[in-house]
Design a protein around this ligand. Structure first.
Ligand code: NDP
Length: 397
């Protein structure tokens, strides 16, 4: 059906390659390209059969990307490199008439700022070129956004409150490690909290609002309100929402490490001079922390991510909870990666499948909740992320 180029040979990229290779009727030609080609080759080798082509690319460099796009001629690029590369990859897509999909919104390197404005600004260019850009197609953003669209389509006439709840109850046995790229992860969780209420954003101190929430098959876990990028597009696309928040679980040990990292200046994103060389402390920290792609082997437990929603159906108030639980061990057995990479990589593959099947294909730049959720939801059940629904329960909110 189509030629796909995956950029980024990290934890998420590894899962995308495995899932794409499992669906050869959709993905007929596959290339994996990244900064370090040897990592692409190692992943391609685990798939075997010469099915995955590999290449080196510097995705910060538009000319380098254009050269690669012109030689491989993909119809779609799945960008699972870092959020810093979103705009250069989108520019190269426009230059070579290639469609685009990612899992995280653009962030400038020198400022931990999460907003869609930079990518939404490409709307007219993609529309005029007749190209599709699918933004935020991981789990959160991604599946949580599709869950919300599914709830709005099938179970509510009006959405009133949305609480996205993200629990990782896994144990990787390390004193401190992040589950995806440490630099991006630490920038995200150390910023101020922010949520939507009555038409405006309310800012909080980092981790100021917290309480225990009960997660299916897991139990109570302390959960913290943090800002997360899908809130921005969801409150725009579902304007009846009076409140929208994002909760994430953190263990005390993790928070203590995070506080120390910040207090000693290792979370700084501005360059400093060390022994006459310019380094960025958080990038140096990344180099000494465990690689999230190598956490999988002894990872036990599971993740539970979902949406808790209130609103009106047929004139009556109703509550609704939709979620997926994902086992780290099962993810590792299938792909060699832990559950957080798995829950991100599977939806990226399904979004690409929606594109190639012509179901999620229209000119312009779109967040995933703007497409028909039903065929995507069907594929989640087939490809390893089954979901469950609970109606009219206490949402603990
Ligand atoms: P990793 O750090 O494991 O992988 C990133 C990969 O991108 C690495 O292989 C890296 O190369 C490559 N890369 C970085 N810079 C460049 C560049 N300039 N040119 C080419 N390749 C480059 O990250 P993850 O796999 O954990 O995360 C990937 C993406 O997924 C991130 O954007 C993250 O924010 C997103 N994500 C989204 C989630 C969601 O639910 N929506 C959840 C988790 C992650 P090298 O190997 O040489 O370092």
């Amino acid at each position: 059906m189509g030629r796909v180029l995956i950029i980024g040979a990290g934890g998420v990229g590894t899962v995308v390659v495995h899932k794409v290779a499992q669906n050869p009727e959709v993905f007929t030609e596959v290339m994996l390209a990244s900064r370090t080609k040897s990592k692409c080759d190692a992943i391609a080798q685990t798939i075997g059969g010469g099915k995955i082509q590999t290449a080196q690319v510097d995705a910060d460099n538009v000319e380098d990307l254009i050269r690669l796009f012109n030689s491989f001629k993909p119809e779609l690029v799945i960008n699972v490199a870092l959020p810093y590369q979103d705009l250069t990859i989108m520019d190269a897509c426009l230059a070579c008439r290639v469609n685009y999909l990612d899992t995280a919104n653009y962030e400038p390197k020198d400022e931990a700022k999460y907003e869609y404005s930079w990518q939404w600004a490409y709307q007219d260019k993609f529309k005029e070129a007749g190209l599709t850009a699918i933004l935020g197609c991981g789990f959160d953003p991604g599946v949580t956004s599709v869950f919300t669209a599914y709830a709005a389509k099938h179970h509510f006439d009006e959405l009133h409150t949305l609480d996205i709840v993200d629990c990782n109850a896994g144990d990787h046995g390390k004193a401190f490690a992040t589950n995806f790229n440490p630099e991006i992860n630490i920038r995200e969780v150390t910023q101020k909290g922010k949520y939507w209420e009555n038409g405006e954003w309310v800012e909080t101190e980092p981790h100021e609002i917290h309480k225990p929430l009960n997660y299916p098959n897991i139990g109570a876990k302390e959960s913290y309100v943090i800002y997360h990028e899908e809130l921005e597009s969801l409150v725009k696309n579902f304007p009846t929402l009076k409140r929208a928040r994002f909760w994430m679980t953190f263990g005390q040990e993790y928070l203590t490490h995070l506080r120390v990292i910040q207090n000693i200046g290792m979370a700084r994103i501005d360059p400093i001079i060390y022994n006459g060389v310019e380094i960025v402390p958080i990038q140096f920290l990344k180099a000494v922390l465990p690689d999230p792609g190598e956490l999988g082997e002894n990872y036990t437990g599971e993740t539970s991510i979902g949406c808790r929603i209130t609103g009106i159906k047929d004139g009556k108030e109703r509550t609704y909870y939709i979620y997926n639980n994902c086992s780290h061990e099962a993810a590792f057995r299938e792909t060699g990666m832990q559950g957080v990479s798995y829950t991100t990589g599977v939806p990226a593959m399904i979004g690409a499948m929606m594109f190639f099947k012509g179901i999620w294909r229209k000119p312009g730049v779109f967040n995933v909740e703007e497409f028909n959720p039903d065929p995507f939801m069907e594929q989640l059940n087939i490809h390893g992320l089954p979901w469950h629904e609970l109606f009219d329960i206490d949402l603990e909110m």
